[in-house]
Structures are given as C-alpha cells and as structure tokens.
Design a protein. Structure first.
Lengths: 289, 289
C-alpha cells in the first residue's frame, strides 16, 4: 500500500507498480487561504509506504508529510515506511556558529514524532543524518541507475567529480561501468594564481561525465565544465542525483557549453530522466532486521 | 526575553516594549534553495517568550517556529511561552469525512513536541483547540482593544455580527461600549426566497460596525454590508481580529460601499491598525497556576 505526497506523485505510482501494490487515492490540496487539506480515501491495511520528497517548497512538502503521517497513525496504521527521495534541510547537520538551529536534526525528530517507523533516503548530503533517527534509517545510492543510464548513452566515458567530496560518487559509477574516474583538484601556483585540473587522468578527446549529489545554483558545475573543455574533453555531460536547480541554474550550465544534463526523479525537473523507482522498490523489498 | 519570528517582527517588538524586556536579535532568512536558516544571537536567560503568527505562508511560518522552539530547547532554555497571535490550521478541528487529517490537532501536537511549555492564542476560530494541548493553552480575546478603537472613532455605534456564530464578539464589544448589538438572521420567506435582516434592532440612521473573528475571502462581509446599507445604516464599518484577506478581499469589501475596514495586528495587512500588544503583555504578566 503506497501513498504519494504531492511532491512525488509519479514516483510514488512507479514504485507502487514495481512493487505490484496499490497506490492509495489521496486528496491533497490547498484552501484559498493557503492551508493544506489532506484526505486519505482508500481502504487501509496495517502497513503503509509514504513517498514524499521535501525539496522546494520544502516547508509545504514537510507540513504535508507530517499531516499524512499523523493522519495515518490516527487511522490506526501500524507501521509506516517513509521514502524521502530528496531530504530537504539536509545541509545543516551541525552547529557551525553559536545559536544556529541544526535543521537536519530538528526535521528528523519531527518526522519520527509524526509517525515514521522506518526512513529511506537517497544520497543524503551528509552521511550522519541517518544517525539523527532512532528508528531504522537507510541512505540508498542512486549511482547504479545513473550508471545504467550512462552505459546506454555513451561509448567510452570518464567519470569526473567536481571536487574531492564527490569522488565517492565517481568511483561508484566507474566501478559499475569499468571505466576511468577522477576529480578536479585546485593547486595554488603562486600567491595570485590557482589552477584547477583533473588529479590523475587525461580527459583529452574523452567524453567526460561530471557527477555530483546535488546541483543547486550550478556554479560548481559551470566551473568544472569549463575546466574539462579547456583540458580537451570531446564532450561534457553533467549528471546529479538531486536536481535542486535554483532559478536559472540549467541555463547557466548549458550556456557553459555542456552537451547534456541529466538527473534522477528524486525531484522533478526538466532533466529528471533517470528513475530511482526500481532501486527504491528493491530496497523496500529487501528483508531487514 | 522575547524572540520574534519573521511573521510577527513588529508585534514582538511592541510586546517586548510593553513588558519592558529585551527583544533578542535573531537571524532568520532563506537560503537560495528556499530552506530556512535560523540563528539566535542574543544572550539567553532561562525563560523565553516566542511570538510568531502562523498565517500565510502558514507552512513556512510553522517550520520557522518549530526550528526556533527546538533550537531554544537545544540551547538549554527551561521554559518557552509561545504567543501565536493568529493560529493557522485552526479551522479543521474535527474529522468531517473519513480519512481527513485533523490539522488543528496535528499542529498542536507538533508545537508541543517542538518545545512549547505554554501557548497564548487570540480568538481561536474553534473553542476546543486549547484542549488539544496538554500544556497550559489560553485563548485571549481581542475584543477589548477593538472596542477601544471603535470608541475613539465613532459616536454612537451599533455592533453587528454577520451571523449567529459571531454574536459573542458583538456582545463582548457592546458590553464594553454600552451600546446596542445584534446579528443578521436568514429567514426563508417562500421556497424560493430567503431574506436576511437584523434579528432585533433597527439600524436605520445608525453607524453599524460589523465584527467577525476572521475575514478570509470577504464574501460573508460583503453580503452583510449590503444588507446593512439596504436597512438604512448611515455608515457601515467592518472590523475583525484576523485579517486573513485572501487575494482581492479588501477591494471587494470596499467596492460594496463599506466606509472603513479595520483589524488587529495578529496578521499584518493594510488594515491592521489595532494592536494586540498591550493585551498580550497583560496576559503574559498575569500570574497563573
């Protein structure tokens, strides 16, 4: 039994199909004054899977999710497994300055209080977020479906992380595709000059695929794409898990001469062409302690 | 020690002034992707008062409030008194149809879980909402400051509730001003015709002040104003506690020939001229068990 929130309607339907289970009809809309109305219309079983991304508009998607979870619990549902394909507020996971709200912890606590019994996220921006839950919480990787997509589209790719922090993603994809991978490293040449280039491999004449978890404003990606073109890459393709894509991020990336951009459907966007549905369904089917 | 949320900045400052206490500096802003950032900058004492209305955008104001409350608790604040001048999601306080989320209960539970130790609201749309909290929760009335304002502006008013449900407000104001009050009653004259008029008093030649708790789309008020003008009122003034004012509500009301519209500052609007600050400060000062 699957229930989709308004941020993940198609993805919820796809996961239901993969699991060969029912997508429960839900009415979710806003009153003229902006308040959310939720009504769950289907016949309920003892267990439910709720799918809702909490990307923009984060606060609306979160309140909707709290209302769905609390409502299901008040209707007597025993176990709720919550799939949060994109986990909003996942970037502030510690207090950097005195007085800062650690939003990732607070959102985790509110989700758990609202009735989540198990949490499934995808490529959390910070590894430690699963630890903020005292219920089982899993951080799935979307690299396998992204690798499959690259395999279909490109003959001889090299996978490039825009910085060292993203190297793990490049490595994971490269190991599936059995291809080269690397990251872009900044080197200070003189007090005035910093040079950024691939750390180990030569991308000249190669199809370079940039991979990151999130593309937000796009500036990291624009910078990386320009460097790869300077280094002689024959094609520059940009990929990510979560296309947050603030304002004109896509335009900026394409204007930098990027050949293609693709992302997964954890968030909907013009470039959300890789579905995580089958990967999520597998994770939900997997027996766990 | 008072902390204002972004929905109640000026009101928080006014309450702080009335209580002769400090307004704590807080940084509350949004990241480019839409996520809220909160930082409480002042020196904290053991007790705090947080002021935040949860009107439109309700969900943003609620998440901000949860972040502030949880953050204060994590910083070691002992007691948090929360003033919610307008309590959003206050209209769905029971399940009318199977499967509906009872949002008023859910929001109350989330507020309490976030760290509220005491709740102060103003003219809750449904009386039973205070019962959804297991912490002390108070429903204050803004009728005294509204009555004071009417007294200043009008010589000889009559106070009119647009329907029987609002009669208590009219009565409360009329008793302070020692003037007449009434409500508009619908009578079915024939199967095709319904006539609405004042139940008891004659408004001809009088200054009629319509009072309601909330003005939302304005249609109830437009209807009431038109009837009072037909009945010969010399002036029609519209007042309410919470100016929710969806879209062009004010334009519609003025276009119906209303002479003036005023409301309190539980929500900010073009007509929020009556401050509840002093009334709220009195309630906060009052010794309670």
């Amino acid at each position: 039994m699957i229930i989709g929130g308004s941020a993940s309607q198609k993805l919820a339907a796809k996961i239901a199909k993969e699991l060969n289970t029912t997508l429960i009809p839900i009415e979710t809309r806003k009153f003229p004054d902006g308040e959310r109305y939720i009504r769950i219309k289907g016949e309920l079983k003892d267990e439910a899977i709720v799918v809702q991304s909490t990307g923009y508009p984060q606060d609306e998607n979160l309140i909707e999710l709290f209302l769905i979870l609390k409502n299901l619990k008040s209707m007597g549902i025993g176990k709720i497994r919550v799939v949060i394909p994109y986990f909003g507020y996942g970037r502030q996971e510690k207090r950097f300055k005195t007085g800062e709200a650690v939003s990732a912890i607070i959102i985790a606590e509110l989700l758990q209080f609202s009735g989540a019994d198990e949490i499934f996220c995808i490529n959390l921006h910070e590894d430690n977020i699963t630890e903020f839950f005292s219920i089982p919480a899993y951080d799935l990787s979307a690299m396998p479906p992204i690798a499959d997509y690259i395999k279909e589209k490109l003959q001889n790719p090299v996978i490039i992380a825009p910085d060292k922090g993203a190297l793990g993603f490049a490595k994971e994809i490269a190991e599936i595709l059995n291809c080269e991978y690397d990251y872009l490293e900044k080197t200070r040449i003189s007090p005035e000059e910093v040079k950024t280039k691939t750390k180990n491999i030569n991308v000249k004449g190669k199809e370079a695929v940039i991979i990151d978890d999130i593309i937000s404003t796009g500036s990291t990606i624009v910078n990386a794409a320009e460097i790869l073109k300077e280094l002689g890459a024959s094609k520059v393709i940009v990929s990510c898990v979560h296309p947050v894509l603030v304002e004109d991020a896509l335009l900026k990336i394409f204007a930098a001469g990027v050949d293609d951009v693709f992302a997964t459907d954890t968030l909907h966007s013009e470039v959300s062409v890789v579905s995580v549905a089958s990967m999520v369904a597998d994770a939900l089917k997997k027996p766990r302690n």
